[in-house]
Structure formats: structure tokens, C-alpha cells
Design a protein around this ligand. Structure first.
Ligand SMILES: *Cc1c(COP(=O)(O)O)cnc(C)c1O
Length: 435
């Protein structure tokens, strides 16, 4: 399989080239040249397949010509060594818990899969690879843990100072070894800008092998399609065979793009629901406006504080740049912090179930979708982080206390080692060159 850049100015790349490059040389995002449609026999057998089996079948057409079957099966087994659970709230809304990985957020899927593939590759290369990541919190911890002590790889994480939760910071900024963390005096968009600029800086790229692990990396995108298929199979196991809709709490839209990929591979999907906080560039577009990126606004669902969602160009590519097709397949809803808080409380009061703010936005959108469209379809609403990661928000709101799992407790006790830097590109570049 070959991958093209959404800017169309770069040569086609193999999967591993696209993974190594992160962003294409022309600044575009990589996409597969064609989307393989898996046979009906596969889609009909979902309830009988394990997560790893589904992942293997869905990954193979994209990288089967570059990695052996056993290597791929091993990478998949290793990457997805934690459970994926469905919690049915009522007859119609089913919460897909994607937060049972080591850093308690769905980003473990992308980060762990990519780290396994990088380590397969790194063993065959001479020069160390430096992975640059801008993070608003969860990406950083997932990537840091995924790559921790992987030979041949250095990781440099950038996060906005004071704008990630203490737990997120402790999880990524205390590891040391091959993981360096930079605390940027700015917002997430500044971090993203610094990283993007580094990738197109010729001098820097001559001095070191840079690679990315952001949601723009194709190796992170691909595994985010697997759990859509797995979830559909789980519902079928419960005897629910109607096509599901998927509600996806979204920021950079990598998660939702993964779902569209699964649909294009043949997964029956009733509709996608793009759920955002007040950073609502995409819902606005879906309601008929132009796509107009702007500065991000800080909210309690901070992993979705994105003003210029990078994966939107991929969604356009998947729908052959047809705005109509995008609007037909995806409904968009956005919510304030106040409504998010209300949703957290409502679900806790009626179902005794705790949701992180991102998950609550997805849930709220699922409810609005059902109501507005009189939809009879089941809705799978993606739970992107464990509530304990956002206990500062949830506990005062619901008046309940969330126990901190032991594996998290240990991070809170460790010493932070991050380095403060300003938001100018020159300062960032100088830091990288000195290393
Ligand atoms: C990253 C993240 C999101 C947004 O995912 P995108 O792929 O950027 O749209 C939502 N919730 C949580 C908890 C996240 O960490």
C-alpha cells in the first residue's frame, strides 16, 4: 500500500516512510492511496473475533507488504494487551470504554501500536530517531509510556504550561531516560506550531532524524479504526444487530477519522456524531458554515481544546472533498462547560456512572442526536478518558470521591523533570540543536 500527502506535492510513501515522516515533506497528512474493503465474511464474523484478530485483519492490507504476518500479529498482541469494555447505559446508548490502557485514555491505542511498529523499524536503522510531540495532555502520557526505553528512539514532548492536569503532567514529565518534556509558556496551538515548524526546517532535519507521534501520524490513525469494528461486534453479541451510530468526543479529529476509515473498509455505520466543546469549528462547518480555524479556547475538556483540527483534511480526503458527503455522514454538536458539568451529574444521578468531561460531551451529543433525529439506531458513545484523570472537575460536581488506582498513585509521587521554554521557534530549535 502506498500513501499520498493531502497537499499532493510529495512523492508517494510506503507505510513505514509515512510513519517515519509523520507529516509529509509538503506539510500535508498521509492517507492511503485506496481504502481496502474487507470481505463480508470478516464483517459478519466480528462477534466471534478477539480484539487482536480484528486489529490484525484491519491492519494487514495497509502494511502487510512491509512487515511479516508474525511480526504484525506480535505487535498487535503486545499493543492491545488491555481490555476494551462496553457499558450499556440504557437500551440505546452504549459507552465504549477506551480508557483501560496504561495511561487511562484512548490515546494508548495509537501510541502503543505506533511504538511497537517503530521498535520493529528502529532495530534496522543506524541513527537515533527523535520523536517530537505536541500534547494537550493525554497524547503526551500515552506516547511517553509507549516509547519509554524503546532502543533507538528519543522522545521530546511539548505541552502548554499550566494547562494540563497534574496527573497528566506527572505521567509524562517524570519518566526521564529517553523521554524529554518541554513546558511551553503558551497554549496547545503554540506547541503544535513549534512542532510543525520543526518538521519543515531543512537545517534541523539535516542534523537529526525527526519523526512525529501526533494524531497526524498515520501509524496512530490506523489503530483508531479497530475499536469501532470491535464495538459493533460486541453489540451484536448482545443481540443488537441494527447499524450503530458512533458519537465521538473530538478535538483534532483523529479518533473520528479512524471511525470513517473503518466505515470505508466496510463497517456498517448509521452516522457519526462529532461532539466538541466550544471549540466548534467542525460542528459549525457541519451546520453549513465555512471551515474556519481560529484560536483555541480553554475548557474543562482540555484534550479537545483545538482551534484548528489537523485531521479535517483527512476527513475531506475520505469523502473525496465533497462537503455534502461529509455533512450527510457526520452530525455535529458542541457544548459549553456548564452543559458538560450538567451531563456529568445527570449520568451520575440516573445511572450511577462517572464520565470524564470529554466522555460527557460525547454522551450529551448522543442524546441530542437521538432526540433530534428520532433515531432508532443504537449509539456507541466513545469514552476517551478514565474519570479519575479529571477528578478535580468531577468530584466537586457530583459530590463523590473517585479512588485513585494504585498504578496512578505511584506517578503522583515522582519528581517532575520538565524544562520550561518560551513559545518562540528559535528558542525551541536551539534547544533541539544543542541536544
Ligand atoms: C485526545 C483526546 C480527545 C480528542 O481526540 P481527537 O482524536 O484529537 O479528536 C478526546 N478526549 C480525550 C480524553 C483525549 O485525550
Amino acid at each position: 500500500m502506498k500513501f499520498f500527502s493531502t497537499n499532493k506535492q510529495s512523492p508517494l510513501a510506503s507505510f513505514f516512510e509515512a510513519m517515519r515522516n509523520g507529516l509529509a515533506p509538503d506539510g500535508g497528512l498521509y492517507m492511503p492511496e485506496s481504502i481496502p474493503r474487507l470481505p463480508d465474511t470478516f464483517w459478519n464474523s466480528l462477534p466471534n473475533l478477539s480484539f487482536s484478530e480484528i486489529a490484525f485483519q484491519m491492519a494487514r492490507p495497509f502494511l502487510g507488504d512491509e512487515i511479516g504476518e508474525e511480526e504484525l500479529a506480535g505487535a498487535v498482541e503486545d499493543a492491545f494487551n488491555f481490555p476494551v469494555k462496553i457499558h450499556s447505559l440504557d437500551g440505546q446508548v452504549h459507552i465504549l470504554e477506551l480508557f483501560h490502557g496504561p495511561t487511562l485514555a484512548f490515546k494508548d491505542f495509537g501510541a502503543r501500536f505506533m511504538a511497537r511498529l517503530f521498535s520493529v523499524k528502529a532495530q534496522k536503522e543506524e541513527q537515533d530517531v527523535t520523536i517530537l510531540v505536541a500534547t494537550s495532555g493525554d497524547t503526551g502520557s500515552a506516547v511517553a509510556h509507549g516509547f519509554y526505553k524503546v532502543p533507538g528512539i528519543k522522545v521530546c514532548l511539548l505541552y502548554p504550561a499550566g494547562k494540563v492536569s497534574r496527573l497528566q503532567e506527572q505521567q509524562m514529565a517524570t519518566l526521564g531516560e529517553n523521554i524529554t518534556t518541554l513546558e511551553v509558556d503558551g497554549v496547545f496551538d503554540d506547541c503544535q506550531r513549534l512542532v510543525k515548524q520543526a518538521f519543515v526546517d531543512k537545517e534541523l532535519n539535516r542534523a537529526m532524524q525527526l519523526s512525529s507521534a501526533n494524531s497526524i501520524n498515520i501509524a496512530r490513525l490506523l489503530p483508531q479504526s479497530f475499536y469501532y469494528a470491535f464495538a459493533a461486534g460486541e453489540l451484536q453479541k448482545q443481540g443488537i444487530s441494527a447499524k450503530p451510530a458512533f458519537s465521538v468526543p473530538s478535538g483534532n479529529f483523529g479518533n473520528l477519522t479512524g471511525g470513517i476509515l473503518a466505515m470505508k473498509m466496510g463497517l456498517p455505520v448509521a452516522r457519526f456524531i462529532a461532539a466538541t466543546n466550544v471549540n466548534d469549528v467542525v460542528p459549525e462547518f457541519l451546520h453549513g458554515s465555512e471551515f474556519s480555524p481560529r484560536d483555541s479556547i480553554q475548557t474543562i475538556s482540555n484534550a479537545m481544546d483545538v482551534g484548528n483540527p489537523s485531521n479535517f483534511v483527512r476527513i475531506q480526503a475520505l469523502f473525496e472533498n465533497s462537503d455534502d458527503a461529509i455533512r450527510q455522514n457526520i452530525k455535529g454538536y458542541s457544548y459549553s462547560d456548564e452543559i458538560t458539568r450538567e451531563a456529568i451529574c445527570e449520568v451520575f444521578d440516573t445511572h450511577n456512572y462517572l464520565m470524564c468531561p470529554h466522555t460527557a460531551i460525547g454522551y450529551r451529543a448522543a442524546k441530542e442526536f437521538i432526540q433530534k433525529n428520532n433515531s432508532p439506531n443504537p449509539v456507541i458513545s466513545l469514552a476517551t478518558a478514565h474519570p479519575v484523570k479529571f477528578r478535580d472537575v468531577i468530584e466537586p460536581e457530583t459530590g463523590t470521591t473517585i479512588d485513585v488506582p494504585e498504578r496512578l498513585e505511584k506517578w503522583l509521587k515522582r519528581e517532575k523533570t520538565s524544562i520550561p521554554i518560551g513559545k518562540s521557534y528559535e528558542e525551541f530549535k536551539e534547544f533541539l540543536m544543542r541536544r
